[in-house]
Design a binder for this molecule. Sequence first.
Ligand SMILES: [Mg+2]
Length: 306
Amino acid sequence: MKILVADDSLVMRRLLESIIDAWGYEVLSARDGGEAWAVLSQPDAPQIAILDWMMPVYTGLELCAMVRELRRKSYTYLILLTSRGLRQDIVEGLSAGADDYVVKPFEKQELEVRLRAGRRIIDLQAELVAAQAALMEQATRDALTKIWNRASILEALDREVIRSQREKRGLGVLMIDLDHFKLINDSYGHQAGDEALRETARRMQAAIRPYDSLGRYGGEEFLMVVPGCDDFCLSAHAERLRLVMESETFVVAGQEVRLTASFGASSTSSGAETSAEELIRSADAALYEAKRAGRNRVVMAEPLTK
Ligand SMILES: [Mg+2]
């Protein structure tokens, strides 16, 4: 773990460096507040800093306030180093954003205990961030395929509808349904069905552009949002995805299976005031047509122009 030591006294700096280095931390040092800020404002800044109160350019107190102003996701634990022990000063330091303080001259052991406390806070905070990310993942991703779940892909569509109107660009929607999926489940079991869904999601995800969104709409149905894509572009996109499915067999329960999908496509022309519901309804109707016409094909709905 990296620790920043900032003090304008060379003696104090060397002392802190040698002590902290001996405890196994990686020490970075700064000679004044300006140098300290150059380090602390970096994206990969140390998460613990020991800042002298009285320094040129910025005081330790000012640095505390500046670091807090960054509102980083990962916490920076700040220890003020002061030769003043007045109660009033300590209150001022803590309210500026310091987490702790050490009064000079300090006991080695005292500093060690304070650093350990800081480390504990940093570790706890990292765990909290990871737990939040995991919760977010659970709430927005489909558990089986790891692509967006229904609520999230619909949210993405709402966002793109608004954006396409603002930026006067086209927007495409693909409703995709695996053909004869029930047969896979019935012949090879539900685990094989799950594997087929996962593989489908993987293949399509690998074939789309970075700004397209793919979600599981329900059962064996997928919804893809394709921004900046008009009728012509969407048709090419859908056909490519159809081939991605058709061209390679799936290995399901140790057997090679050919699995295809039907595509219903709807799009808006640039800036048309279409709603997400209309786009979905229209793609759904086109998908129904694709199924009725024999599956493993793309059917394009009339572009929505107003
Ligand atoms: Mg000083």
